[in-house]
Design a protein around this ligand. Structure first.
Ligand code: NAP
Length: 288
């Protein structure tokens, strides 16, 4: 039973908060079973005040007492977290990681732990509308997998995959996906402003067009290929035909495909390197 499990979040940032609020909102578990651990007292007080959960600045205190440890730090903080947690987590406890690029090998080696779930959520998880692709190490039991599923449901939909290699693919498609969607929307808004719309109206038109198109697709999802829906709005010699001709000519489809592939290769690279690139360090070096 998930409600009898003590769950510790190591890294009390936006994704941890999304999980905590989703777990409480969905009545998956009670706040008394949740602990968040991190370095900043102000942040911990905010979470304790808002959700009534336990908090601590000591990662090991939270992790050692937990049945399920959820790692929600940034990738560049992981080595430091390993130092504090190695040997402290109960071998029977489950570790769930949402950290981009953190492979089973890295996690099991860093923590000395074999019961691991690796997952890749995405940004809409922050409002419970995400999609998380996840997998588990071989020793994770069916019961633990069900508990992991219930925790990940706090972020939105979830899809279990048998093989870790799908995690890099998911990182490129759904994990990075919101960035492509936001860029596409931004370009449409700018085009609307170029036409002469006030920006506020252009934003409203674009946001509702994207939302409505997704909802419309979802009513047909099982039986209709996306190309058929596109054809429905493309009259011979009409405005959509003119616009789509230009997009195809400009290599729109190829650009998307290459972008997703680039994200996939970068994800694999980050997973292989022992020390993921720290953008803050990069910035500091650039500033020197
Ligand atoms: N955000 C997304 O949409 C998204 C999507 C998919 C996957 N992810 C993954 O989710 C993870 C968390 O992302 P996020 O956006 O939630 O980041 P975030 O908001 O920056 O949260 C990270 C938290 O970790 C804390 N922290 C830093 N050093 C720590 C340490 N040594 N021990 C314990 N806690 C420490 C930070 O505290 P301070 O801020 O006080 O330093 C912060 O509260 C990342 O690994 C990312 O790859 C995020």
């Amino acid at each position: 039973m998930i409600s009898s499990q003590k769950i510790a979040f190591i890294g009390p940032g936006v994704m941890a908060e999304a999980m905590i609020s989703g777990l409480i909102r969905n009545h998956t578990t009670g706040p008394e079973m949740l602990t968040a651990a991190g370095p900043t007292l102000e942040r911990l007080s905010h979470l304790a005040g808002k959700y009534g959960i336990h908090t601590t600045t000591d990662n090991s205190e939270a992790a050692c007492a937990a049945d399920i440890v959820v790692l929600t730090v940034k990738p560049q903080r992981l080595d430091k977290v390993f130092q504090g947690l190695r040997g402290c987590i109960n071998p029977a406890s489950l570790v769930i990681s949402i950290i981009a690029g953190a492979t089973f090998e890295k996690l099991s080696h860093g923590l000395g732990q074999s019961l691991i779930v690796r997952s890749m959520p995405n940004t809409p998880a922050q409002i419970g509308e995400g999609i998380t692709v996840w997998t588990s190490s071989k020793k994770v039991s069916e019961e633990q997998r069900q508990m992991a599923r219930q925790i990940l449901l706090a972020l939105g939909d979830e899809i279990f995959v048998e093989d870790e290699t799908y995690l890099d693919m998911a990182t490129a498609l759904s994990g990075t996906g919101p960035a492509y969607v936001f860029l596409f929307m931004e370009a449409m808004v700018d085009a609307g402003v170029h036409l002469g719309f006030p920006r506020r109206i252009a934003e409203q038109l674009v946001a509702q067009t994207v939302r409505g198109s997704v909802d419309f697709y979802r009513t047909h999802e099982d039986s209709v290929h996306l190309a058929r829906l596109r054809n429905q709005v493309t009259s011979p010699g009409g405005t959509s035909a003119a616009a789509l001709y230009y997009l195809e000519k400009a290599g729109f489809r190829t650009a998307i495909s290459r972008a997703v592939w680039a994200a996939y290769e970068r994800s694999r690279e980050l997973g292989k390197s022992s020390k993921p690139r720290d953008p803050e360090e990069d910035q500091a070096q650039n500033d020197d």
